[in-house]
Design a binder for this molecule. Structure first.
Ligand code: FIX
Ligand code: ZN
Length: 418
């Protein structure tokens, strides 16, 4: 029979868990941030925070302006409109709004004045190099994994020229156009000297593998990644499925790199909103099951976008140790859902997952994304350790530290090296 814990013991456990979760550094395994060598591609500051697509989507619910007219405005004007609509004319309650305020607060700025020009002035005075270190220190993020695409015309010249890597930034090879837009990707590969045919004939699959090998080496990547629509099917008579079998999985096996799937995004549900116009749908995760069961020598990372799919994802992870579940992605990265997902994952797969990733597009956001998540993770973990302690199994501080390190990147790193 479980025992009733004395209050002092409950408080002691809660205090150790909160402190450990607050202070343990994280490996942020999926972001849209860039090594400082990419210069202006690494976004930071108040205007970039305000025009984040999460806030654009929310602000348009209040705007009367047409989509095109909004996109023609300068970034500062867009930011001002979003600030007025979401912060001044309404209370900034949503997770993305609160995030901006958490960032300002942790940086020591007084947002209570509602004075955007003075906030701008403060950011204009920051040195970008120091600011990266400051944000990473405040967020206690030790390493940031970038999303790097060989199809991105802004970043490829930099990779081709070569640069000295900042060791705090690692890389993931992003291949959405290859798998989802083969008809336009194939001529691009051919133009870059890879002998590929639109109908997959000849040496196409070997050459796609050579393309992946070249870029994986140039970027020194940790994993290969794609984000997929809810309609994703595997195996299937589709270009995507053929490429997965013919090129992606063989390359990942040969290189030992996991294949990361982010499943459930409906691109351009309202295309006029640009990046803010993507939606969510429920995928058939039998495809993920088929991948994991059919390819035991491949490793898979997965996060799914719909709340309804989270339970199914955990059950699949219980069946397949070649699957590592990570993060609370995008529309699930809100307090109520993070709490539910974290509790469910702990209940079903224990400590063998990565609790969160930031998906930050603007550097400053790592501060709020990790602050907010740490608070929820601490709450759920405390509840779990108290349940354990009630059985007589009291977790030690060292054990709690070990567990939190696992959830914050340790388990991911072990999965990579397996
Ligand atoms: O596909 C992705 O990596 C998504 O995270 C992005 O496309 C999305 O725009 C985003 O920023 C979500 O947080
Ligand atoms: Zn992302």
């Amino acid at each position: 029979m479980s025992s009733i814990l004395p209050d002092a013991k409950r408080e002691a456990i809660a205090a150790v868990v909160s402190q450990t979760v607050r202070e343990t550094s994280v490996y942020d395994i999926h972001t849209h941030l860039y090594d400082p060598a990419f210069g202006e591609l690494l976004l930071w500051g108040i205007d970039d925070q305000l025009v984040y697509h999460y806030l654009v989507a929310e602000a348009f619910r209040h705007f009367d302006i047409g989509f095109e007219a909004f996109w023609r405005l300068a970034r500062e004007e867009q930011a001002q409109m979003i600030w007025d609509a979401l912060f001044v004319e309404n209370s900034p309650i949503s997770e993305a709004c609160r995030g901006v305020l958490t960032v300002l607060n942790r940086l020591g700025l007084d947002a209570n004045q509602r004075d955007l020009p003075s906030i701008r002035k403060w950011f204009a005075e920051q040195d970008s190099g120091d600011y990266i270190t400051r944000c990473m220190d405040l967020a206690k993020v030790r390493t940031i994994c970038m999303t790097n695409s060989p199809f991105d015309e802004l970043e490829t010249p930099k990779w081709n020229a070569g640069f000295e890597r900042d060791e705090r930034f690692t890389s993931a090879l992003r291949i959405d156009p290859l798998l989802l837009e083969w008809d336009t990707a194939a001529p691009r590969l051919a133009g870059a000297g890879y002998e590929v045919q639109a109908d997959f004939s000849g040496r196409t699959m070997e050459e796609v593998q050579r393309f992946l090998r070249d870029w994986a080496k140039r970027m020194d990547v940790l994993y290969v990644m794609v984000s997929l629509p809810p309609a994703f099917e595997y195996p299937a008579d589709t270009q995507c499925s053929r490429l997965i079998d013919g090129a992606i999985l063989p390359f990942c096996r040969e290189s030992g790199l996991p294949f990361a799937l982010m499943i459930g995004v409906k691109r351009g549900v309202n295309a006029a909103l640009q990046l803010a116009g993507d939606g969510v749908g429920k995928p058939d995760l039998a495809s993920l099951e088929n991948l994991c069961s059919g390819h035991p020598d491949n490793k898979f990372l997965c996060t799914v976008l719909s709340r309804e799919s989270q339970h199914e994802l955990c059950v699949i992870a219980r069946k397949f140790r070649n699957l590592h579940v990570f993060g609370c992605w995008w529309f699930t990265n809100i307090p109520s859902v993070i709490e539910e997902m974290t509790r469910m994952r702990l209940d079903l797969i224990g400590m063998s997952f990565t609790a969160q990733h930031s998906d930050a597009r603007v550097l400053d956001q790592i501060i709020y994304k990790w602050d907010h998540s740490r608070e929820i993770i601490a709450k759920v973990l405390t509840e779990k350790y108290l349940n354990l302690a009630a059985t007589g199994w009291e977790p030690s501080g060292v054990e709690i530290q070990r567990d939190v390190e696992g959830l914050f990147g340790g388990s991911f790193q072990r999965f990579l090296s397996r």
